[in-house]
Design a protein around this ligand. Sequence first.
Ligand SMILES: CCCCCCCCCCCC(=O)SCCNC(=O)CCNC(=O)[C@H](O)C(C)(C)COP(=O)(O)OP(=O)(O)OC[C@H]1O[C@@H](n2cnc3c(N)ncnc32)[C@H](O)[C@@H]1OP(=O)(O)O
Length: 249
Amino acid sequence: MAKNLFRIFRSFQSFVSLPFTKNQVAHPCASVAFRTTFDRTMVQALASFFSPKSRDFSLPNSSWGEEMIRLYEFYNNQCEGENHGGEWRRLPSYNRSLKYASGGVYLSKIIQSKARLFTRNIREPGAAFEYVVFVSKDEQRCVCVFQSGHLLEGPPGHVHGGAIATMIDTVTGSHASILSAPVMTANLNINYRSPIPLGNTVLVESCLDKREGRKLFISCKVTSTDGSKLHTEATALFLSINVSHLLRG
Ligand SMILES: CCCCCCCCCCCC(=O)SCCNC(=O)CCNC(=O)[C@H](O)C(C)(C)COP(=O)(O)OP(=O)(O)OC[C@H]1O[C@@H](n2cnc3c(N)ncnc32)[C@H](O)[C@@H]1OP(=O)(O)O
């Protein structure tokens, strides 16, 4: 254990002393050779912790279970970088939804209003929504690894349907935002097929079905991590909006 910690600390020391570009730090699927993927995960988490920037909630923390870490590693290893094919890109995720956006005067007003993303504003790690979203290179697909926490209980021992809807809206909404920001959900249809045991890690996958002018039609399914159990299916319609739409009240 002590040996492992020492190795991680040494990796972290060499990580912070490397001449990284801002882009590499923001997208740490990067090109550093670590001895194991576990080392890389821990170093990324440490780098994020010591960074003067806001915390990136899509990086591992101590509440993540084995399955969550395993799947994070699986997709992270397929992110852009020298050693990887680059099929996926991890989406950083902050508690201020628009903090790093740039834009005109309307966006500035929203940023000043400290717009928050509620899934990222629960203080206790692991208590509610732990998730990381990866987007495919051609942006037709997103996959989210989601671990539910005890605050999301609905039926005893299982995840609340509203919390599942939140995750579906978040994943399909993030997907739509990548394709055409800013957007708003106009319609969300959900079929709950089988309950999700509380604390389980599941996959939330979204797929762009169709684009028609301002409309983005996205479908989504929630499954067990081995794909054998279908928990939820959904379709969503997003409309691209002008940011001024959010200021009309
Ligand atoms: C990296 C990322 C981090 C950020 C990650 C963030 C992830 C979180 C994402 C969360 C997203 C949300 O929860 S958003 C919050 C929930 N959503 C809302 O509150 C939206 C409330 N509704 C609205 O503001 C509005 O109704 C809009 C914006 C949806 C649409 O208004 P509009 O822009 O004026 O458009 P409108 O003229 O009415 O309609 C345009 C066309 O769309 C069709 N249309 C409109 N609504 C519907 C509908 N419900 N179902 C079918 N079709 C519809 C119309 O028939 C028309 O078709 P045609 O005649 O042209 O054919």
